[in-house]
Design a protein around this ligand. Structure first.
Ligand SMILES: NC(=O)c1ccc[n+]([C@@H]2O[C@H](COP(=O)([O-])OP(=O)(O)OC[C@H]3O[C@@H](n4cnc5c(N)ncnc54)[C@H](O)[C@@H]3O)[C@@H](O)[C@H]2O)c1
Length: 384
């Protein structure tokens, strides 16, 4: 993807594993490669961090402190403390910080947002999301940190706001250390309001069926976004329940159901990873703030952290509680969050060292290029 993006002059490959980097180098014959980030930094303007989540903060800080623009794969960091460090380091260095919330660049998700924001579904009652499959098991984070960033970023984007509280249950079956099945509930209104807007998320590495589905249920209509569907990724269903005429009688259930047309809106055939990469390059060139900037990444990490805390405490957690439970976030931290001593002999470049409109040299650390290599993924099969 990056090779093909306008404005990218050259892509440099980096992976600390010799076998991985040799494989990558075979696929991208003309691309220079390194088995550490430090020697690559002198030759690039920007870095894509696609290493395991526990390493995101250390690798991204190394790049930011060298004055490079950074696109970090989801989640931005394993803790909100790490995400904040990246935000403030990028601000201080004057570089672009973007998080790879790929689904926010997915035309189907944008359509769902449009339906919700234009109130075509009426008042949104709740959103339900399922991201299930057999695998891919990870070895540095649980299924919540691996998969739920997608669902949370989609739901935040569609609703245009972030949750106020989270609740989570998780269980560990086939993994020695990490939970492989989890259920999250995010509260977007007052937590104590049982009619408030909420979202339910089911994520699993241990399910016989591959499911990538988001359902938005409104007072007028319902919409289903199925990322695995070939032609009808979004369906808008004119279905609902009608309240009983005797609206004050709390003992009566809804008396009638509405079954109407099912509409399949046209979705532009854009590959989300390519859209995301183009946006990153454009933001570097123009100095614009990315759609999925550090704050956007932090919002998702805070929801993950509240869910993780809820799972451990066995009770719902308000996001505003997080600042007062710093001790928890420290122990939850998987990466060391510290900038590695660069020892690279390169002094940080002044600002971003990049003039608007000039070509960008990007270092991919690593995996993203292999994930994005032909055959092309469509519409978002590269996304878990
Ligand atoms: N946006 C999406 O849809 C999507 C899809 C898949 C993965 N991801 C994200 O991409 C990232 C990578 O996932 P993956 O499945 O490719 O992981 P992976 O474990 O398959 O690959 C990670 C690679 O990083 C290398 N590495 C580790 N530490 C390094 C360091 N300090 N310097 C250089 N290389 C280092 C490893 O050798 C390995 O080759 C994760 O953050 C994941 O959440 C995003």
């Amino acid at each position: 993807m990056l090779h093909a993006a306008d404005g990218v002059e050259e892509v440099v490959l980096v992976d600390s594993r010799e076998d991985r980097i040799r494989n990558l180098a075979r696929s991208y014959k003309t691309a220079p490669w390194h088995n550490a980030l430090a020697p690559a930094l002198a030759h690039v303007d920007a870095v894509v961090v696609a290493t395991p989540p526990s390493t995101h903060v250390a690798v991204a800080l190394q790049a930011i402190e060298a004055g490079k623009h950074v696109l970090v794969e989801k989640p931005l960091a394993p803790t909100s403390e790490g995400a904040r460090r990246l935000e403030s380091a990028a601000r201080a260095a004057g570089v672009v910080l973007m998080v790879g919330h790929t689904f926010e660049y997915n035309p189907a998700v944008r359509k769902l947002r449009e339906l919700v924001q234009n109130e075509e579904l009426g008042e949104v009652y709740y959103i339900d999301s399922a991201r299930l499959n057999l695998g891919l098991y990870q070895n540095d984070v649980n299924v919540i940190l691996d998969l739920a960033p997608h669902d949370i970023s989609i739901i935040n984007h569609v609703l245009g706001r972030k949750p106020v509280a989270a609740q989570a249950w998780a269980s560990r079956h086939a993994h020695r250390r990490f939970e492989d099945v989890a259920y999250l509930r995010l509260f977007y209104d007052d937590f104590f309001d049982d009619r408030g807007l909420s979202a339910n998320i089911h994520v699993s590495w241990l399910d016989p069926c591959k499911v990538r589905r988001v359902t938005a249920v409104g007072s007028q209509k319902m919409a289903v976004y199925d990322d695995l569907a070939a032609d009808d990724r979004i369906r808008v269903l004119d279905k609902g329940v009608c309240l009983p005429a005797d609206g004050d009688n709390m003992t009566q259930p809804p008396t009638s159901y509405r079954y109407g047309d099912i509409v399949v809106p046209f979705i532009a055939p854009d590959e989300p990873l390519a859209v995301q990469d183009r946006h990153f390059i454009e933001c570097i060139a123009s100095g614009a703030r990315p759609l999925t900037d550090g704050q956007n990444g932090l919002a998702v990490v805070e929801a993950l952290e509240a869910a993780e805390l809820s799972r451990r405490l066995g009770r719902p957690v308000l996001l505003e509680e997080l600042s007062s439970v710093g001790r928890f976030t420290q122990s939850f931290s998987l990466g060391n969050g510290h900038s590695p001593s660069s020892g690279n002999g390169h002094s940080p470049s002044s600002g971003n060292g990049h003039s608007p409109g000039s070509a960008t040299r990007v270092v991919a650390v690593p995996g993203r290029l292999s994930a994005a290599a032909p055959p092309p993924t469509f519409p978002s099969q590269g996304a878990r």
